[in-house]
Design a protein. Structure first.
Lengths: 264, 194
């Protein structure tokens, strides 16, 4: 019995917990003030992506928030240039709503795409994407807010509430074949007070696909907590990395000291 | 050196082409028999579902060509799985190069396995300069169990083949083109295999 428990622990310990910086993109440029002294062009997503990958980021997420008609073409070009330069996997999200959208992004070199509101409006889209491209490249992003003890899914970057329950939706997303869930807690996002670990742990126990935690990162301990208490498989953050409040190398060293498996 | 990436309609092969470009090599995408036969090094990629990928290979007769190749061939991810005897995914036979049957992870672990895992028990020149327990990037729900052809081991639900080799054929379950510096080392090693 003891031996069994021991092996189980070892199994969980080998797959590294992932650290994922998220870059907001508008019209092919990174937005939000980014505080990198060594950047030649703070608005160039490709250069920033290269720096993050050298610093030890395990993956990158590009979230396109532009709403222009040129969007699709600009995003496809960006994806192509990132794929050219970066030797770690990256996910692209923001306004993706059809099989054709995904086809263009994957063909330009994206490893995964993330869909959000479009999946809620048309859940069949998940099945269609999985059938065509496989589970491994379809991430479903869920923004949710806890009100009076109930977690409800929100749309349009968390602005529009729905009646859909987080945990029910997560199960449906898994059944429809999604490969990963990127969960953002609207209650925690921007607070820098830590991730929504209780909800994250519940998600991990109710679905059997990897969960990426998002919203609330403020310090190194928050990352440790979300991997241990929140049972998250990966943690995503934006501003703490962009403003160099946390350096990825340092973060990963500290996590390893705490016994959390990371890639150094 | 002529590097050909076999293009049979499976997945994101642009990334592999870019990875070689970053290393200073041009790789061509092709499904033309003559072109593949005259290559010095051949990459057999694959992302997607096994039985439909096998159908595409049969349609373009690559299923008979690939096992007859005599140059170094590197199967990546699903490419490696298709080089095996069979796959549980869509219950398909494979190319039969590696004598092992591909099966699915159980629900004791999260499926797919996505992320960076360690490789150990490294054998052959493919892993020259790679350190035991270095991390590589994987995305997969099916795996090749350990066999006599295993040249690298990873552990998820259980120890399994992270890489296989037989004669001039190599297969890696992970994505060297997405595995940072370790992956680049492995691709360079493959290019120097005679």
């Amino acid at each position: 019995m003891m031996a069994k428990i021991l092996t189980l622990k070892i199994q969980i310990r080998v797959l590294a917990k992932r650290i994922i910086p998220c870059l907001d993109i508008k019209d092919g440029r990174t937005v939000k003030g980014i505080n990198f002294v060594d950047l030649r062009d703070a608005g160039d997503p490709v250069e920033l992506a290269e720096i993050y990958s050298k610093e030890g980021a395990d993956e990158l997420v590009f979230l396109d928030i532009s709403a222009t008609e040129q969007k699709r073409k600009t995003l496809a070009e960006l994806v192509y240039h990132v794929a050219e330069k970066v030797n770690i996997p990256f996910t692209v999200g923001g306004g993706i709503s059809s099989v054709e959208d995904v086809d263009i992004l994957l063909h330009n070199g994206a490893d995964k795409v993330s869909i959000n509101s479009s999946a809620v409006k048309n859940p069949q889209l998940i099945n269609d994407l999985v059938a065509k491209f496989g589970s491994q490249c379809i991430v479903v992003a869920i923004d949710a807010k806890e009100i009076d003890g109930e977690w409800n899914v929100h749309l349009v970057g968390g602005k529009v509430p729905t009646e859909i329950r987080l945990f029910e939706w997560a199960k449906e997303v898994e059944e429809r074949g999604a490969g990963e869930i990127l969960f953002t807690s609207m209650n925690h996002d921007g607070t820098k007070n830590g991730f929504a670990n209780e909800a994250l742990a519940k998600l991990s126990s109710e679905v059997n696909i990897p969960i990426i935690a998002s919203g609330g990162a403020g310090n190194i301990q928050h990352f440790a907590d979300t991997f241990i208490e929140g049972k998250a498989d990966a943690a995503l953050a934006a501003s703490v990395f962009h403003f160099k409040e946390i350096e990825i190398k340092e973060l990963k060293k500290e996590l390893r000291k705490k016994g959390i498996p990371v890639r150094l | 050196m002529k590097i050909v990436i076999i293009n049979y309609g499976a997945g994101n092969i642009q990334s592999i082409k870019f990875a070689f470009e970053r290393l200073g090599y041009e790789a061509v995408l092709s499904q033309d028999e003559a072109e593949i036969k005259t290559a010095d090094k051949i990459i057999f990629p694959g992302v997607g579902e096994a039985s439909s990928a096998m159908r595409m290979l049969r349609k373009s007769r690559l299923d008979t060509l690939i096992p007859q190749l005599t140059q170094p061939v590197l199967g990546i991810c699903l490419g490696m799985q298709l080089m095996c005897h069979s796959s549980e995914e869509g219950n398909t036979t494979g190319l039969g190069i590696f004598d092992v049957d591909v099966v699915k992870f159980s629900n004791k672990v999260k499926v797919p396995q996505i992320g960076w895992n360690e490789i150990t028990n490294l054998k052959t020149g493919l892993f020259k300069g790679v350190t035991e327990k270095d991390h590589i990037y994987l995305v997969h729900s099916f795996y090749a169990p350990l066999s006599k052809e295993t040249i690298a081991t990873s552990e998820y639900e259980l120890p399994y083949s992270a890489a296989l080799a037989k004669d001039n054929f190599y297969g890696v379950q992970f994505h060297p083109e997405k595995s940072s510096l370790v992956g680049e080392k492995i691709l360079m090693n493959f290019l120097s295999i005679k």
